[in-house]
Design a protein around this ligand. Structure first.
Ligand code: NAP
Length: 473
């Protein structure tokens, strides 16, 4: 099919359009920092991406429109259908899949660029070969690692850490082999071997699988965020190889924001990234932990009616949502309960822990979906000082993020993790199905505290019952 080149590569027009596109990315990311402007930020960044794609397609040297349109059509159809159908609780695995596709695309671009340079039969300049190798290796690791992360979250492969003896040694050998092969390719850049290049691609694929398999399923959101940063860096390197400024800026944005998010998630769990990658912590992401439960310890169990009385006659209530609210899809029921309480003059706020649930912003997104006003979503550092003045803290499907062991027990696996200090409130109501532990697999002393009442049941059903009882009072 005829080549439709209307913009000269490297021309002022191409550069100007790329500058517009990446300015929109940056502006979009900036708008994404607050829930009220986040949707708009997404749209702005999407417009920036559309400008970058159209500009690139219109550059001279771009051809085969039939194939391009086929790819665009398939990609758009799959993306739109998948995004419309995905459940909120399945969002982490969808992000993993998209990230993997991005990494895989970068690796393929690097390979095709390598073949293109080989076909020219001239020496490949090192400033091109090095970014090609970098984007191919990192893109491939990201593709395969993200696929494993997807499989673990989707339950296609077991969520438990899958370890083999000597695995770390094998990973180290693979890494050394990849670096050695890259050095060989760079030193033979007047006639590099495609066989060695493909060998590196395969070794990087193996490494991506082997690094992620031993990590517990529930740590996957952090792994995905890290692999996302890798994909960004790989894309930026591909931008250097292709001399495409929009790709360099977009890749760097993804790389830096992914790195910051990874570090923040690790910090909110009081764990290092190395511990997450190598300690094999946590099992399947389903919410139940692995440790023995402590059903025999005395605790106070209440009915929905008891809980309703405590809540309805309180002045201030703080809702602490967690993973169980997401699993039960209880966010709308929670909003209805808050509305019912507010009708009676109770002040209701929501305490949001940075790693409540299983992905960053999980609670914010769910509560925003249920139309909870943004100003009622209070961050942990902001709400904790108010806890002693709170009449009732109602914990809905949250566990680890409220566990006082984090501050009281230096030997606890979550020691030092900042928590929502519900134990400081006047009264605590915990809504969950049992005394079972959460992600960290450890018992929660909060459940046995004298000021705590346990309301056992599925979060959605239990909260709806409480709302009905408040209405009856
Ligand atoms: P959690 O500690 O995992 O506890 C969730 C609780 O929800 C479980 O104890 C479970 O108890 C309950 N639950 C499950 N299904 C339920 C249902 N249908 N109705 C009512 N309750 C239900 O959750 P969290 O307090 O939100 O803490 C998050 C944990 O995930 C932290 O340890 C964090 O470090 C980790 N993590 C978070 C992220 C992130 O980005 N947010 C990433 C990786 C890891 P029952 O079985 O008794 O009902």
């Amino acid at each position: 099919m005829a080549v439709l080149a209307v913009i000269e590569s490297g021309s002022d027009l191409a550069t100007a359009l790329y500058i517009v596109s990446f300015s929109l990315f940056i502006f979009g990311v900036r708008r994404g920092t607050h829930p009220t402007t986040a949707k708009q930020g997404n749209l702005i960044a999407a417009v920036g991406m559309a400008i970058a794609v159209v500009t690139t397609l219109l550059l001279d040297g771009i051809g085969n429109w039939g194939l391009l349109l086929l790819g665009l059509g398939i990609g758009t159809a799959v993306g739109v259908v998948a995004s419309l159908r995905v459940q909120m609780t399945a969002m982490p695995q969808m992000v993993a899949l998209y990230n993997g596709v991005g990494g895989g695309a970068v690796a393929l671009i690097a390979w095709s660029e390598f073949r293109h340079e080989l076909a020219l039969g001239i020496e490949i300049p090192l400033e091109e070969l090095i970014p090609i190798m970098f984007s191919m290796v990192i893109g491939s690791v990201s593709f395969w690692g993200s696929n494993i992360a997807f499989g673990k979250l989707q339950g296609v492969i077991p969520g438990q850490p899958i370890k083999a003896p000597g695995q770390q040694v094998l990973n180290a050998l693979l890494l050394v082999g990849i670096v050695a092969a890259c050095v060989i390719l760079a030193s033979t850049n007047d006639d590099p071997s495609q066989g060695v290049f493909i060998g590196v691609l395969i070794a990087a694929a193996l490494l991506g699988n082997l690094v992620v398999l031993p990590i517990g399923g529930a740590d996957m959101p952090v792994v995905i965020s890290l692999l996302n940063a890798f994909t960004g860096l790989a894309a930026a390197a591909a931008g250097f190889a292709l001399d495409n400024v929009a790709l360099i800026v977009a890749g760097t944005l993804v790389g830096s924001s992914g790195t910051i998010l990874t570090l923040e998630m690790a910090e909110a769990m009081n764990r290092s990234v190395a511990n997450i990658l190598f300690a094999g912590f946590g099992g399947a992401p389903a919410g139940g932990g692995g440790a023995a439960t402590a059903e025999e310890r005395p605790h106070k169990s209440v009915t929905a009616q008891d809980a309703a009385i405590s809540l309805a006659y309180a002045d201030s209530v703080v809702v602490v949502p967690g993973y169980g609210m997401a699993v039960a899809q209880a966010q709308h029921a929670v909003k209805e309960m808050a509305d019912e309480l507010e009708k009676r003059g109770v002040t209701v706020n929501y305490a949001i822990h940075p790693v409540a649930g299983r992905m960053p912003g999980h609670m914010n997104v769910l509560l925003a979906e249920a139309d909870v006003p943004y100003e009622k979503l209070r961050e942990m550092d902001e709400i904790n000082p108010e806890m002693p003045r709170t009449d009732v803290a109602v914990v809905i499907g949250a566990n680890d993020v409220t566990n006082p062991a984090a501050k009281n027990d230096p030997d606890s696996p979550i020691a030092g993790m900042p928590i929502i200090e519900v134990d400081e409130a006047q009264q605590v109501i915990v809504i969950k199905r049992s005394l079972n532990p959460g992600f960290a697999g450890i018992d929660n002393d909060l459940f046995y505290h004298e000021k705590t009442s346990m309301l056992f049941g599925d979060a959605k059903d239990a909260v709806s019952q409480v709302t009905a009882e408040v209405g009856n009072l």
